[in-house]
Design a binder for this molecule. Structure first.
Ligand code: GUN
Length: 290
């Protein structure tokens, strides 16, 4: 039987609708408007698209947004100075520095300068460290990275219980692979992290009740690597040719084997933005004790 396709757009829209109401209530009750600053350095075309989408989503939700576009050759001290100003700006509750940064900038050093209290991407070492030390879901840090958090929401939207399941994550990036593995652990799954050097990737993937693929390789996961009935979350966004986007999973074949599967586009992508808005609203709420 063909898999149920998980509609990420719909799940994301439900979250955004709820946030819109929450933002209106915050304004009414506390006179506060959540604010997000999105910092883009350079001309990476995909990053430009993402930052514009994030700003537009803020607008639709009633969140104040500032888009700050710096030239590709911006010195690191200038970028850090800007971040410090945003840390001190009371209109801003969330700061995101769009990645990747140009090569001359040290990503680690830059991300450390974002106040952990405004780190809506969850990339500050304090927030990432707390993610590692959290044993259970209730102990999570102030902010959890958006794409991993979105993956968990999508898995839960299927009604699948995560506790006790074998989850396999393909990919070990700081943005997706590692944090999503930690979140699955916090939900009490048994977690395997596979990556480009994993031997017998097919056998490892076939053990997964829940398979999260964030490897950045088009159609890496084929139908024969999927356990029948598994929940398959495809984080990959790979551009092939001029216009077409494909995931890391061979969707057409995989959907004949999986129980649930996310499409690309329209699966994980919309959730990343919804979780960013959610983190921004949570951050604003914290400042007024709501
Ligand atoms: N680049 C790819 N994914 C992300 C993300 O979630 N946040 C930021 N800031 N940059 C990214």
């Amino acid at each position: 039987m063909a898999a149920t396709v998980i509609d990420g757009k719909q799940v994301a829209q439900q979250i955004r609708d709820a946030l819109k109401k929450e933002v209106a209530q915050l304004q009414q009750k506390y006179g506060i408007t959540p604010g997000l600053a999105a910092v883009l350095v350079g001309e990476n075309p995909a990053s430009k698209v993402y930052v514009n989408m994030k700003a537009k989503a803020c607008e639709e939700t009633g969140i104040y947004s500032q888009k700050i576009h710096l030239p590709a050759d911006t010195p690191q001290e200038k970028l850090i100075e800007l971040i410090h100003n945003l840390n001190a700006d009371t209109r801003i509750h969330g700061i995101l520095v769009q990645l990747p940064l140009p090569d001359h900038l040290d990503q680690h050093k830059v991300l450390q300068e974002v106040s952990p209290n405004k780190d809506v991407d969850g990339f500050h070492p304090i927030n990432l460290g707390k993610l590692l030390s959290a044993k259970f879901w209730e102990e999570l840090p102030l902010f959890v990275p958006c794409t991993p958090a979105g993956c968990i929401k999508l898995i839960e939207s299927t009604g699948t219980q995560i506790e006790g399941k074998h989850a396999v994550v393909v990919g070990r990036s700081v943005i997706v692979g590692k944090p999503v593995a930690m979140l699955l652990l916090a939900k009490q799954a048994t977690v395997t992290i596979a990556h480009s050097r994993t031997k017998n990737l097919k056998e490892v993937c076939r053990q997964a009740d829940i398979l999260v693929v964030a490897a950045g390789r088009p159609k890496l996961v084929t139908a024969d690597m999927i356990k029948p009935g598994a929940v398959v979350i495809d984080v990959g966004v790979n551009r092939v040719g001029e216009k077409q986007l494909v995931g890391d999973v061979d969707f057409e074949a995989a959907k004949e084997v999986a129980g649930f599967i996310t499409p690309v586009p329209g699966g994980v992508g919309p959730m990343t933005i919804a979780m960013l808005l959610k983190n921004t609203v949570e951050s604003a709420k914290r400042t007024v004790g709501a």
